[in-house]
Design a protein. Structure first.
Length: 497
């Protein structure tokens, strides 16, 4: 049975009963994180002596009594020349080739992060320039992928029962064949960084279609949190503290089993089986595109910002990096006719407000590239490039505008509501060169807006309590900055000057 980063990368000439193993996250073609100590680990026969060679450095280790071993090399600068990693015992040798040192980004979330290049709207164009040895992917599949409305079979249940969710994978260089199954958001993000910085980017994709945020949070972090401990009580399939939709899907897949209730959507399970095994591996940062499964009930919408804050703080704690970058995608747009997206304006606004509560974070707005009838917008190029802006500015020092306009304040003066923004660049404009759309004072009735001196002027006979923008599931607003980056959904208080 396969394990996450499983029975480990051994050369075919080795005997079946290997004496040393190296965790499968380490394979040929991989990327190791620069400027941080490099850790290599695996399993072996207790007491066995190992020697590891990498970048003209040699380290030695003994296999512990629990069969584990680990070595740590000093931090390295980025490399352009492929390197070889060799692990030797008295009887065996593992050789991994074509390894580069660069930046490793973890991709997590649900189907819009998982969404592959092969069905992205710019795929044919991207395929022509997909070959890039400085862009590399680690893209494991998971048990339950694309299985909807039907029970899992015996083998799948056995794997889940043994805490196996992700299945074996390997690092691959980007080319017109390998990249088609890679996260499209991740691909475009990585391509922008490689192009701008001429460095190597490694993308590790652990996204799971349909998964709620609870699945990616350590179960211990949930248990210790008074607000969210209830999410860990009893059988998750019957726990009203969790989103209804994910419990329904869980019942369809594993509800028939009396012995197994492990599932990709179970609280803490994606963390336990996917994220926890790689915590020893330094990374550059995290990209997050998730929320659709937590946005269908108001109780879940209201709690989401605190859940995301818990996830971010816990990941930083467990990676021992208090400044670990964390960039997310704001939910896009979709009509309510074919999907229960009634609470998406509130959800998007919660995602926006979280920007002011944490440091080393950023958000890509995607409402302008939504699909009215499909929860999976096909334009991932815009999303990936917008995420890359945050990284290019904050992690690589580029002089670049990171976001579309974000509201700073709204004042009422002389019969007008005056809205000021951050990230206006050289000024505000409309994407279609028509009059400003999308503002209201009740979240429903649209009002006329006018651009003036990087501000928006909205006439109003009386001072309202709030002013809203794009307060629809499928947004109608057309305001952007001179970089053609759209304004976020928002609801802010109007003060009187």
């Amino acid at each position: 049975m396969k394990k996450i980063f499983s029975v480990l990368c051994m050369l075919s000439v080795f005997p079946a009963l290997a004496q040393i193993e190296i965790s499968e996250i380490f394979t040929s073609n991989m990327v190791l994180q620069r400027d941080k100590p490099i850790k290599i680990w695996g399993k072996g026969v207790p007491g066995d002596k190992l020697q590891v060679n990498f970048l003209n450095e040699t380290a030695k280790a003994s296999v512990r009594a629990d069969s584990t071993w680990q070595i740590v090399f000093k931090k390295q600068q980025a490399t352009t020349k492929p390197q070889t990693l060799v692990v030797k015992s008295s009887e065996e040798k593992i050789i991994l080739t074509n390894i580069l040192v660069g930046d490793v980004w973890l991709l997590i979330g649900q189907s819009n992060m998982e969404w592959p290049m092969g069905v992205e709207m710019h795929y044919e164009e991207a395929k022509r320039e997909a070959k890039n040895p400085n862009l590399r992917f680690f893209n494991p599949t998971f048990i339950g992928k694309n299985i909807y409305g039907t029970p899992y079979d015996k083998d799948q249940l056995n794997s889940l029962n043994n805490n196996i969710l992700f299945q074996e994978s390997k690092w691959e260089e980007s080319d017109s064949s390998s990249f088609k199954d890679m996260s499209a958001v991740g691909y475009y993000f990585g391509r922008e960084i490689v192009k701008a910085e001429n460095t190597t980017i490694g993308l590790m994709n652990l996204a799971i279609g349909g998964a709620p945020i609870e699945a990616f949070i350590d179960i211990q972090a949930l248990k210790k949190n008074k607000q969210f401990a209830a999410k860990t009580k009893g059988n998750w399939l019957k726990n009203d503290a969790l989103p209804v939709w994910i419990r329904e899907r869980g019942m369809q897949n594993v509800g028939h089993s009396q012995a197994v209730n492990n599932h990709a959507y179970k609280p803490g399970f994606a963390f336990k089986t996917g994220v926890k095994p790689i915590l020893k591996m330094p990374i550059k940062g995290i990209l997050w595109y998730q929320g659709e499964s937590n946005a269908q009930e108001m109780a879940r919408v209201n709690e989401y910002p605190e859940l995301q804050k818990l996830l971010i703080k816990d990941y930083r704690k467990q990676w021992r990096d208090k400044n670990l970058p964390f960039y997310w995608v704001q939910l896009s747009s979709i009509d309510t006719t074919n999907y229960d997206s009634h609470y998406w304006p509130e959800f998007r606004d919660g995602q926006r407000k979280l920007l002011n509560e944490l440091e080393h974070v950023g958000m890509a707005v995607s409402s302008d590239v939504g699909n009215r009838n499909d929860i999976h917008p096909r334009n991932k190029k815009a999303v990936g490039k917008r995420l890359a802006r945050w990284a290019l500015k904050n992690e690589y020092g580029e002089d670049i505008i990171v976001s579309g306009p974000l509201p700073q304040k709204a004042e009422y003066k002389n019969g007008n509501i005056i809205v000021e923004f951050k990230y206006t660049a050289k000024g505000l404009q409309t994407l279609d060169e028509k009059a400003v759309r999308g503002f209201s004072i009740d979240g429903k009735t649209e009002l006329t807006g006018e651009i003036k001196d990087k501000k928006i002027i909205v006439p109003s006979a009386e001072k309202p309590e709030y002013i809203y923008y794009n307060w629809q599931a499928y947004t109608i607003g057309n305001l952007e900055n001179s970089e053609e980056l759209p304004v976020s959904t928002f609801k802010i208080e109007v003060i009187e000057k």
